[in-house]
Design a protein around this ligand. Structure first.
Ligand code: PLP
Length: 396
């Protein structure tokens, strides 16, 4: 149906062979491939001092497990940007905690505003969730300094930004390994995609011990340990979950991890090529366009801000007619019925998020896009904006 869809997954022969090999091994739940995936992922984040890494069923449960490992619960507050996928907020709500929504930095920097976090921290704040939106790093230096001074934990939502860096204390550090905990997603549309899947990382050995237990029912041994004869029974030492991954996904993840740096590099090239082309559209704003990129980047999605006064639904319809899929990342958390009405979601003062929410539009982005593909997206967007913005009273 689409000439160009929002994201495009192309598996390789190596990916298929890795999954088949896992299937032929006759061991499907967590096993040696999961172990190898975790080790390789941790080393890809930091070869010299790899963090602890735990593969999980998806990023949402990874975030939940991270909050539980920090003993967050009723009466505690967790600051989460309103401009994120709903999972970042829901995972904190699962614990009984209150979510305090934070604003974005500016119309050019759609990551969590650290100044707003500073204004919203209270004695009840236990954690802040910087979402590295679109693959762009939050200001981790400022956030780390603020959170250290206030005794607040950082749980990074790295769903969009595997193998991207931020500069902290004069050194580039992998996103996800800077806060107390970092949670990655390997959902189908992600830069590394296993269908469902995720990874939780931490540098803290005590948190690592908690994560190991929480992932598998609080049990002291795994099925694999018992299969290998390393243990014959187990105790259950806390209320855990079944948040495990399986060998098929771990094998697929491990296979894709080898090419993730190249995938990210190519996505950056596509993003820059877009940036040049999008300049022709009057009034269109490309967030992050003037950010100097330091270190590794991830460029997961390509959100733009339509000119003020555009009828976004008309733009999307016109692009659909041209065969180009678009989306919205994201309807802000505070505008959903459930979260808008919940007294466990504090939604005060979100002026920038409110100013941009109706102008956000996400364009197709993948490492496979050609120059001709970009020309199609940009020309159809230009035509759609001309049409939908004159219908709404002209580009301002
Ligand atoms: C920013 C963000 N956080 C969390 C998630 C949840 O990830 P998962 O689907 O792996 O649970 C996503 C997934 O799209 C996301 O984009």
């Amino acid at each position: 149906m689409w000439k160009l869809s929002l994201s495009e997954l192309r598996l390789t022969d190596e990916d298929r062979a890795a999954v088949l090999e896992a299937l032929d091994s006759n061991w499907l739940t967590m096993g040696p491939r999961t172990d190898a995936f975790e080790k390789a992922f941790a080393a890809a984040l930091d070869a010299e001092a790899p963090p602890f890494a735990f593969a999980v069923s998806n990023c949402t449960v990874g975030l939940h497990m991270a909050f539980v490992a920090l003993d967050i619960g009723p009466g505690d507050e967790v600051i989460v940007p309103s401009l994120t996928f709903i999972a970042s907020a829901n995972a904190a709500l699962y614990t009984g905690a209150t979510v305090v929504l934070g604003d974005v930095t500016s119309q050019d920097d759609l990551t969590l505003s650290i100044a707003d976090v500073a204004a919203k921290i209270t004695p009840r704040t236990r954690a802040v969730v910087p979402v590295h939106y679109a693959g762009q790093p939050c200001d981790m230096q400022a956030l780390r300094d603020l959170c250290q001074a206030r005794g607040v934990a950082i749980v990074e939502d790295v769903a969009h930004a595997p193998l991207a860096d931020a500069a902290v204390d004069g050194q580039l550090q992998a996103l996800g390994s800077i806060g107390e905990l970092g949670c990655f997603s390997f959902f189908s549309n992600k830069n590394l995609a296993t269908g469902e899947g995720g990874m939780v990382v931490t540098r803290d050995p005590r948190l690592a011990d908690r994560l190991r237990l929480l992932r598998s029912h609080g049990m002291t041994t795994l099925t694999l340990d018992r299969h290998r004869g390393h243990a014959s029974s187990y105790d259950v030492v806390e209320l855990g979950f079944n948040y495990r991954i399986d060998e098929l996904r771990a094998a697929l993840g491990l296979s894709q991890l080898q090419r993730l740096p190249e995938v990210n590099r190519r996505r950056a090239e596509v993003w820059h090529a877009y940036r040049e082309r999008l300049r022709v559209i009057d009034g269109l704003r490309l967030p992050f366009a003037d950010r100097p990129s330091v270190g590794r980047t991830a460029h997961h999605i390509l959100p733009v801000l339509l000119p003020e006064g555009c009828e976004r639904a008309l733009v999307q319809e016109a692009m659909k007619a041209a065969g180009v899929q678009t989306s919205i990342h994201y309807p802000p958390v505070h505008r959903f019925s459930f979260h808008g009405h919940s007294d466990r979601v504090i939604k005060d003062h979100l002026p920038i998020t409110d100013a941009i929410a109706d102008r956000l539009l996400t364009l197709p982005l993948s490492q496979h896009l050609s120059d001709a593909d970009l020309d199609l997206v940009v020309s159809s967007l230009q035509a759609a904006v001309g049409h939908a913005c004159s219908a709404a009273g002209g580009v301002r």
